[in-house]
Design a protein around this ligand. Structure first.
Ligand code: HEM
Length: 493
């Protein structure tokens, strides 16, 4: 590492502390700081008018990126007050007021469970009806102070551990089917969309490895299970996401009210019944080992499967594929590393010897974090630091972090807008993992019952790495874009 780079790195690390997690998130209120105390800039505007104007900016006139960037520029601060949708007219019980935290230092307060709570705010102040989850508040909506959170988080981590025996073989079997379909389409039609084959592969792989159930036991679930999950997810999240279709139709029809559960209740009940019939062993195990009744187990399993796992991977993996298939120079380097280290068949151990493959996965998660918004509510009054100021936060205020901007924090990341494939390699790259937050905690942290970090943090990055390694064992090169593959050159066996 050049001397200049080292000094720059040291400067960065100094300017981030104090109060900043180095290798793990803060677990108690940060130490006092000498930064100046500043009143939080920004305002919520006039009642009704402020929220509606911010909503239209967020979804229509600016989009989330520009919405937050413009306000950083206006207030000369990465911490400010604003409104985030959904809001007026039909979300009357939803308070849109938030304190935005948009740099790596202020965002890290979202992980400190001593000073913030996470009850019912997975997607913000708006919470989709619990009817979508069998009238149960599933793990992701529970705060760490609620005893059921401990029970369910431990259950989630345990099913992942149990699934690790079959995770790789199920992943490879599903990838084989997926890429066979794409190969056929490319040779017959000149191109093959990968979005549907990927979702089909994910559905089968995740159902089998996480629940032990085999979708092929039910032709209806095997055929259409992934579409059932897509619809169930969409109805819950529509009021909070920008789709980008013709305005003002999107505002009127997708962002103005919450869609009712009955529209997908038939599908959900089929999935529920399928798990009851085909995951009997796991349901019994959950009862004896974790004291969970059948209802709690099955609704939580469906949420983990559909929302956390299928939803997360359905956003993350297309982004990763798209990045790779559109960059020939990167492919050459990845192919060399994979071929040199993989041996006759893929294993978790061999992927651990592929630093570039892992770095590409981390860099994709940095620039396109699949869950862009994270929320946390102040448990008590406390002082929050950004890189340049300190702010008083009052008990009950809702903090809102927008990861795509936080992960482009120029104080931490060099040339933050660029995709640098090897950013997370070497000593300096490994240190940067403390600032990679896609999982609601640093990449160097560990999920546990006392925090809200993604239970599958390591499974997600390993799965992404396995998929990249799989591609370069199968192909010499792949060409395509964000939706389809247009040419493949198969590896000579
Ligand atoms: C690319 C895939 C995934 C992404 C991007 C992702 C991301 C996240 C994020 C950001 C959170 C925190 C949400 C918040 O509180 O603000 C979370 C929580 C969680 N994730 Fe993941 N996740 C993924 C896959 C998975 C998988 C495969 C599982 C399977 C077990 C899983 C299980 C969970 C659970 C149980 C929680 C709740 C943690 C708690 O309540 O303490 N996730 N995930």
């Amino acid at each position: 590492m050049a001397m200049g780079t080292k000094m720059m790195m040291a400067f960065r690390m100094m300017s981030i502390s104090p109060g900043m997690p180095s290798s793990s998130p803060p677990t108690q209120s940060p130490a006092p700081t000498s930064l100046p105390l500043r009143t939080i800039p920004g305002s919520y505007g006039w009642p009704l008018l402020g929220p509606i104007s911010d909503r239209l900016d967020y979804f229509w006139f600016q989009g989330p990126d520009t919405f937050f960037k413009k306000r950083i520029d206006k207030y000369k601060s990465t911490v400010f007050r604003t409104n985030v949708p959904p809001t007026f007219p039909f979300f009357t019980g939803v308070n849109p007021n938030v304190v935005a935290v948009l740099d790596t230092k202020s965002f890290a307060y979202l992980f400190d469970m001593d000073i913030v709570e996470k009850k019912n705010i997975l997607v913000g102040e708006f919470m989709p009806s619990v009817k979508f989850t069998g009238n149960i508040r599933t793990c992701a909506y529970l705060d760490t102070s609620e005893p059921q959170h401990t029970q369910l988080k431990n259950f989630a981590m345990d099913i992942l551990k149990r699934s690790s025996k079959v995770w790789l073989s199920e992943l490879v079997a599903s990838l084989d089917t997926m890429w066979d379909t794409i190969d056929t389409d490319v040779s017959q039609k000149g191109s093959g969309s990968y979005l549907v084959p990927l979702q089909q592969a994910l559905f089968k792989f995740l159902v089998k490895s996480l629940t032990g159930a085999d979708p092929s036991k039910s032709p209806e679930i095997a055929e259409g299970g992934y579409v059932m999950l897509d619809k169930w997810l969409a109805l819950q999240l529509l009021p909070t996401i920008k789709i980008g279709i013709l305005q003002p139709l999107e505002e009127i029809f997708l962002h103005s009210f919450a869609y009712p559960f009955f529209l997908v209740s038939g599908d959900y009940n089929k999935l529920y019944q399928f798990i009851i019939n085909e995951a009997k062993e796991l349901i019994r195990y959950a009862e004896t080992e974790f004291g969970l009744n059948q209802e709690e187990t099955v609704h939580n399993l469906l949420f983990i499967l559909g929302f956390n796992a299928f939803g997360g991977f359905s956003i993350f993996l297309p982004g990763l594929i798209s990045r790779i298939v559109s960059d020939t120079a990167l492919q050459e380097k990845l192919r060399d590393e994979v071929r040199q280290n993989s041996g006759p068949s893929l294993s978790f151990e061999s992927v651990m010897k592929m630093p570039l493959v892992q770095s590409v996965v981390y860099e994709t998660l940095r620039l396109s974090p699949p869950v862009p918004l994270q929320f946390a509510r102040a448990r008590k009054d406390f002082q929050l630091s950004s890189h340049d100021s300190v702010f008083d936060i009052k008990k009950g205020e809702l903090l809102c972090g927008y990861q795509p901007l936080v992960m482009r924090d120029p104080v931490v990341f060099d040339d933050p807008e660029s995709f640098k494939a090897d950013r997370f390699t070497g000593e300096e790259g490994t240190e940067l993992l403390s600032y990679l937050y896609w999982s609601n905690g640093p990449q160097t942290g560990s999920p546990s019952e006392s925090n809200k970090q993604c239970a599958a943090k390591d499974y997600v990055t390993l799965t992404g790495s396995m998929m990249v390694a799989y591609l370069f064992k199968r192909y010499d090169s792949i060409t395509g874009d964000s939706a389809s593959i247009t040419a493949v050159e198969k590896a000579v066996k």
